[in-house]
Design a protein around this ligand. Structure first.
Ligand code: GLN
Length: 264
């Protein structure tokens, strides 16, 4: 009996030593305020951009969600994904609400002033979607037309600049840009005849066209865009880890595989 008691005592002491030790470690980490040391890692996205992110019921899935799961796995953390409007993603990251943003987001010099980007993991280009019975294929075709875009995206910038800048191709042509919260709403207005065209990234455009037989999409312009994952400026530790995961996934052909899986 005595022996059992003392064994129990040692076991309890060992346990409290262990827990005491780990809680001390946690306290230290918290005072150092390292976001990467938390148990959960938070990703912000705009889940209206299939195949990169979209809702499957309540769940956010897609290429970026698959990549994020690998990032979290490599960090040994739980992943939490939150959906917000695309144009709020960078400001929210700057405010520290998320650890990273993965949203088919193009690396641009303007965004690089606010956040740091990972290595590029996908190359893209803008596409024009139009109705088969009123096809629009070129910048010239867009003259005088009503064009839908997703607010705050590179497609929005390309069209808005063409209309508003003095040397813009659409300047003074009577073209009008309509900014939507997401491209799906824009596509609906295109189908309803309230727009003549929608300008968005290639794969999401192809995804929309696939689901609407009266629409087609063509490549618009020749500016290639690279997608990157964004972190808060200076969060080198997380960025290094994200880059490592991205490089591994690209070397293993996984990014391509995720794209194929979510484009079916
Ligand atoms: N690649 C585009 C951009 O970064 C669109 C991204 C999106 O709509 N999710 O602006």
């Amino acid at each position: 009996m005595k022996k059992i008691l003392s064994t129990l005592l040692i076991a309890t002491m060992t346990f409290s030593l262990l827990t005491g030790c780990s809680s001390k470690e946690n306290t230290n980490q918290n005072t150092e305020n390292k976001p990467a040391e938390k148990d959960t890692i938070v990703m912000y996205t705009n889940a209206e951009f299939a195949p990169f992110e979209y809702f499957e019921g309540e769940k956010i899935v897609g290429v970026d969600a698959d990549i994020a799961a690998e990032i979290a796995k490599d960090l040994g953390k739980e992943l939490k994904i939150e959906h917000i409007n695309f144009d709020s993603l960078v400001p929210s990251l700057v405010e520290g609400k998320a650890d990273f943003v993965a949203a088919g987001m193009t690396i641009t010099p303007e965004r690089q002033e606010e956040v740091d980007f990972s290595i590029a993991y996908v190359e893209s280009i803008q596409n024009i979607i139009s109705k088969n019975d009123a096809p629009i294929k070129t910048m010239d075709d867009l003259k005088g037309k009503k064009i839908g875009v997703q607010l705050g995206t590179t497609g929005d910038l390309a069209i808005s600049d063409s209309i508003n800048l003095d040397d813009g191709d659409l300047k003074g042509s009577g073209s009008e840009v309509v900014q939507y919260k997401n491209a799906l709403e824009a596509a609906q207005d295109l189908l309803a005849g309230r727009l003549d065209a929608v300008v968005i990234d290639k794969l999401p455009a192809e995804e929309i066209v696939k689901n609407n037989s009266s629409l087609s999409s063509v490549i618009f312009g020749d500016i290639s865009e690279s997608y990157g994952i964004a972190v808060q400026k200076g969060n080198k530790e997380l960025l290094d880890s994200i880059n490592k995961t991205l490089q591994r996934l690209m070397d293993e052909g996984k990014v391509e595989e995720f794209i194929t899986n979510h484009s079916e």
